[in-house]
Design a protein around this ligand. Structure first.
Ligand SMILES: [Zn+2]
Length: 74
C-alpha cells in the first residue's frame, strides 16, 4: 500500500482517492482540508482578478503552496 502524506500539514492520508481525499496542484500534493483552506485563501484574490489568465492562476497557486509548505500550514 502506498502511503501519501500532505505536503503542507504532513498528515498521512489513509485512503488515497485522487481528487477526493487528495489533490495535486503542480508539484504539490495536498489533503482535503488544506485544499479547502487554500481555496478559501485564494478565492477573494481570484474573484477580483481581471482578466483571468490560467497561467497566472497556476503560478499564484504554486506560490501560495510554496509558502504554505514552508509554514507547515495554508
Ligand atoms: Zn494537509
Amino acid at each position: 500500500m502506498v502511503t501519501i502524506s500532505c505536503d503542507v500539514c504532513k498528515k498521512k492520508i489513509d485512503s488515497v482517492i485522487t481528487n477526493r481525499t487528495f489533490f495535486y496542484y503542480g508539484n504539490h500534493s495536498i489533503c482535503e482540508s488544506c485544499k479547502d483552506s487554500l481555496e478559501f485563501q485564494v478565492r477573494s484574490v481570484v474573484r477580483n482578478k481581471e482578466p483571468f489568465v490560467i497561467e497566472w492562476y497556476e503560478k499564484f497557486i504554486d506560490d501560495q503552496l510554496g509558502k504554505a509548505v514552508q509554514k507547515g500550514r495554508i
